[in-house]
Design a binder for this molecule. Sequence first.
Ligand code: 4AD
Ligand code: MG
Length: 432
Amino acid sequence: MTDFVSIKDCAAHVDEEVNMHVWLTDKRSSGKIIFLQLRDGTAFFQGVLRKNAVSEDIFEAAKSLRQEASFYVTGKVTKDERSKFGFELQISNLTIETNREGYPIGNKEHGIDFLLDHRHLWLRSKRPFAVMQIRNTIFKAVVDFFEREGFIKFDAPIFMHSAPEGTTELFHTEYFDHDAYLSQSGQLYGEVGAEAFGKVFTFGPTFRAEASKTRRHLTEFWMMEPEMAWMHQDESLALQERFLAYVTSQVLAKNQYELEILGRDPEKLRPATEGHYVRLSYDDAVKRLCEGGRDFKWGDDFGAPDEAFLSEQFDRPFFIVNYPVAIKPFYMKKNPANPLTYLCADVEAPEGYGEIMGGSERESDYDTLKAQLLDAGLNLKDYDWYLDLRRYGSVPHSGFGMGFERVIAWICKLDHVREAIPFPRMINRVQP
Ligand code: 4AD
Ligand code: MG
């Protein structure tokens, strides 16, 4: 059996003859020499064929290659100081697997709709490659961080009958002879997990029938929701800060190559790795908006431009704490210092990215929670199982939710969250 080397592992094989399986992204030739731009899913680099160094057949085969041809190559890895990647391959042999004309994505500018229509192919290009590699780093950072902090992963269902975040954005579905909704949050199940296992996190697809066409909204996105028994809000904020510091430091440690492809200045992420996130009260946020000349009343929810205004003022994520009760969901615990507000916080990303996480301490008293459910106009029958968590062994507990694509969009400095997920789902798109 032949061993194959990945492009990203080149550095360990300098001056060795290696076998690789690759695709062609681009080609250039000048009569006696052919430059093949290669990718293999781990990185991109250049292969070189010299007419006088390979057989006629091999040289002709290389000449015939079309964009996205797939083939095996053998060659010697050499240092290449001129390229950013630092290595290239002196190709001595090549065997074609597939070679077809007409690959629709070229090296010219394509419109975003064209690219999204061809997302199944676009994902092979450099930018999506870099974003998905960073997505993978963050996914792994989540799992490693919470394992280290003593959490277990706990899976919430996707078919639900409850509406934890309000009833306006639900995807309805027929479930045999019942009504059901696609999950808009795993939190209530996370609370079950917290009372059963202490500290848990859910991580999975989440659905919101958001009619809003903004650069921050998907109808299907991934949310990671930790839930911690015996934990008050202050400790949860400290955990959230440690968490984001860890995630950003992992990306800086593992994804220099990808950040460079994206043209993302790593130094812009450095402050986030250092912690010390400001805790701005909702009241102070309102003050800053008004002082900045924005028309904003206490009690309103922040719109994207308000959040952008605030988040331009910070070089790292920051908290906005203690929102008015009227604009947050029913399960939050009231702030004893001001019962018109909750013990809650959103995390805002810098550089205008706005909300990336949101959470709170949960109301743990049975009667109070029941009253809050009724106030929210929810049907007690649907939440009886949830009230059981307050009937039996109720404890103070807190949690939060991270919008995976929002975090990726900020870290990668994307224009829109649609680039942060392999197959974006938006009002006008469920394909491919
Ligand atoms: O603020 P949200 O609605 O909070 C919850 O669902 C809570 N149950 C979380 C918890 O305490 N366990 O959503 C949490 C995060 C937001 O901060 C945002 O980053 C992201 O999910 N999010 C979206 N991301 C992409 N598209 C959408 N339509 C999103 N809606 C929310
Ligand atoms: Mg929120």
